[in-house]
Design a protein around this ligand. Structure first.
Ligand code: ADP
Length: 396
């Protein structure tokens, strides 16, 4: 049995999951939040019990050392030598990485080069890689990119209609994100249907706080809704998704804000939160809608309408659709979300099975046998993908 650590480092957080491979069973998981603060939070789940501590964690190195010492201290591992590989979720792999990659000095250099495309994410990922390399010398680290599954898109799908030099000089193009999740659920649905992914037309809806959609034809992503950054696409918990770019200049002038300030609003104060005025969690919105809150209804409807726009466009682009997959926090858990989306897709001949849809968080077909397109809930598991790729690329 191999113990593999899957790591997802954000600018001020470090999520981890220690897994036994190839069984894919979880040994322990948790998160260190508010890294940089005197009162950071450290949460770890052992045998189903959550333990939470508040303590100072100055940087990612301290976070990694805290975690590794605790794994030994709590006898989760007898020695750190038991950890045979570390897989890191890296947000931006650019056009260079069309697959996960073993972390070498060259890989680090390229990930660093892409920091300008993902200034909030790639630097944190690099700090976490270095911290693990220092703490566990000789143990292989593997990078698993959010972007690499989408690298199969044709230029007509990933190019923006802007001056071509922006692409050649600055790599401005669509990359897409959540690739690890889109890959996991598309492979899983092929397995469930007992057909090769190469024979299927699939649309995967990864709808959580962040949300993106992918069109996967014959095993290859042909289009996806996020772009150069995760801001593009459908409205999300706090992100606007697509808007007319001139709104940025207009609001800069009216509210005396900088471009960066307006972009922060589009990332953090828009979407569900912006339209509803108060709520970014779909559960709160659904509760408010039940009480008759029209702004919350509108926040959901604006998103649902755009999701259906994408599905319609991908249906035409792929020349049909075999299966629609719902995943991530909202896709897996919100009964009313799935019902509303499927009911808006009547033109495709999709017929919801209301009873089957009345479920959360497990693999389930939610359309009736006569439905022309099948729809399923498929819970995502990005950490399993990270652990699998770590084993594969580190040759473990
Ligand atoms: P991210 O990983 O992008 O932070 P998640 O995939 O965890 O986001 O999704 C968070 C969203 O999922 C929230 O809007 C939350 O309300 C929703 N969600 C989670 N569980 C449920 C549930 N049981 N019912 C409805 N929505 C849920």
């Amino acid at each position: 049995m191999l113990k593999i650590m899957a790591v997802n480092a954000g600018s001020s957080s470090l999520k981890f999951k220690l897994m036994n491979m190839p069984e894919e069973s979880v040994i322990t998981e948790g998160v260190i939040e508010r890294i940089g603060a005197e009162d950071a939070y450290y949460t770890i789940k052992i045998n189903g019990n959550k333990q939470k501590q508040v303590l100072p964690v100055r940087n990612h190195s301290e976070a990694v050392n805290l975690l590794l010492n605790d794994l030994v201290g709590k006898n989760i591992v007898a020695s750190l030598m038991e950890i045979k590989g570390i897989g890191h979720r890296i947000v931006q792999g650019g056009a260079y990485f069309s697959d996960s990659a073993l972390i070498t000095p060259k890989a680090i250099e390229i990930i660093r080069d892409y920091c300008s495309l993902a200034p909030l994410h790639n630097p944190a990922n690099l700090i976490a890689i270095e911290a693990f390399q220092n703490a566990l010398p000789g143990v292989p680290n593997v990078a698993v990119f959010d972007t690499s599954f989408h690298q199969t898109m044709e230029p007509e799908a990933y190019m923006y209609a802007v001056p071509y030099e922006w692409y050649t000089k600055y790599n401005i193009r669509k990359y897409g994100f959540h690739g690890t999740s889109h890959k996991y659920v598309s492979h899983k649905i092929a397995e469930v249907l007992g057909k090769p992914l190469a024979d299927l037309k699939v649309i995967t809806l990864h709808i959580g706080n962040g949300a993106s959609i992918a069109a996967i034809k014959n095993g290859k992503v042909v289009d996806t809704s996020m772009g150069l950054t995760p801001l593009e696409g459908i409205p999300m918990g706090t992100r606007s998704g697509n808007i007319d770019p001139t709104i940025v200049e207009f609001i800069c002038n009216k509210e005396h804000l900088s471009v960066s300030q307006v972009l922060a609003i589009l990332n953090k104060k828009s979407g569900y939160l912006g339209v509803s005025g108060f709520w970014n969690d779909s559960r709160d919105l659904e509760e408010e809608v039940a009480k008759g809150n029209a702004r919350c209804r509108l926040a959901l409807d604006v998103q649902y309408k755009r999701i259906v726009d994408y599905i319609g466009s991908y249906y035409l682009y792929m020349g049909g659709l075999d299966v629609l997959v719902f995943t991530a926090g909202i896709g897996e858990n919100s009964i009313s979300f799935r019902k509303d989306i499927i009911n808006r897709l009547g033109a495709l001949g999709i017929v919801l099975d209301e009873e089957a849809n009345n479920t959360r968080g497990k693999i389930k077909e939610i359309t009736k046998p006569e439905s022309k397109v099948r729809a399923f809930i498929v819970p995502t598991d990005e950490e399993v993908m990270i652990a699998r790729d770590t084993v594969r690329l580190a040759n473990l």
